[in-house]
Write a protein that binds this ligand. Structure first.
Ligand SMILES: N[C@@H](CCC(=O)N[C@@H](CS)C(=O)NCC(=O)O)C(=O)O
Length: 216
């Protein structure tokens, strides 16, 4: 069977280009593996059949001949097992890739997500105004060490890997809120990663149905 990735047929403009199936599409593009997108409406995601595939009714979910799974980080790690384009062969190198994937999802993404919320649904709320500085300081405690790590390096390790897919898509979320601009190495890193041809193909594949299904 062709590798399948679930994605939305359409999302509001602020989310276009940021939906997390992008990570999976990008990994598949880097690995040179073909796939088809299973496009969902907002109603489809609540169907029992989809919840059996992705219990939270979110995207992405993924299946191939061997597995059926969800969670973008887990899926990208699974694809990395199939392709040296995403992880080196040696166990030490693979362990480092897994480490960066989990670091991005567990140590960095929750802090970035606060700012996506502040500038979206939370914009203007009193508690956001009160807590923004404190949460920006918490985010800085994650970004400053990463800035140090990436100064003078192209990627998190000595080559591009699945870790860079997850870390750069995580950091890319906060470019819009202006916080990343204070970190030149991280800004250059996100730009370097997202200039990769495989990223451009993945982004276009996500955006195409949004254009086609845009409300008239
Ligand atoms: N931890 C999950 C998060 C998935 C996620 O947040 N998906 C969003 C799109 S980026 C979604 O499906 N939102 C619709 C909803 O929650 O109803 C992953 O990385 O796969």
């Amino acid at each position: 069977m062709t590798n399948q990735v679930s994605a939305f047929r359409w999302v509001p403009e602020f989310a276009q280009g940021y939906v997390r199936d992008l990570r999976v599409r990008w990994a598949l593009e880097e690995a040179g593996l073909p796939y088809e997108a299973d496009l969902l409406t907002m109603e489809d995601k609540d169907a029992e059949s989809y919840r059996a595939w992705q219990p939270f009714g979110q995207v992405p979910a993924y299946r191939d001949d061997e597995v059926e799974m969800f969670e973008s980080g887990a899926i990208v790690l699974h694809i990395a097992e199939k392709s040296e384009a995403l992880a080196p062969k040696d166990p030490g190198g693979r362990a480092r890739v897994m480490t960066w994937v989990i670091a991005a999802l567990n140590s960095v993404e929750p802090f970035c997500w606060n700012f996506v919320f502040f500038d979206g649904e939370g914009a203007g709320a009193d508690w956001v105004k009160r807590r923004r500085a404190e949460l920006e300081a918490a985010l800085d405690r994650k970004l400053a060490p990463l800035e140090k790590r990436l100064a003078g390096r192209d990627y998190l390790e000595d080559r591009f890997s699945a870790g860079d897919i997850i870390m750069s898509t995580t950091l890319r979320e906060i470019v819009r809120c202006g916080v990343l601009g204070r970190y030149p190495a991280l800004t250059a890193y996100v730009q370097r990663c997202t200039e990769r041809p495989a990223f451009a193909r993945a982004l276009e594949a996500q955006m195409k149905p949004f254009r086609e299904n845009a409300a008239a």
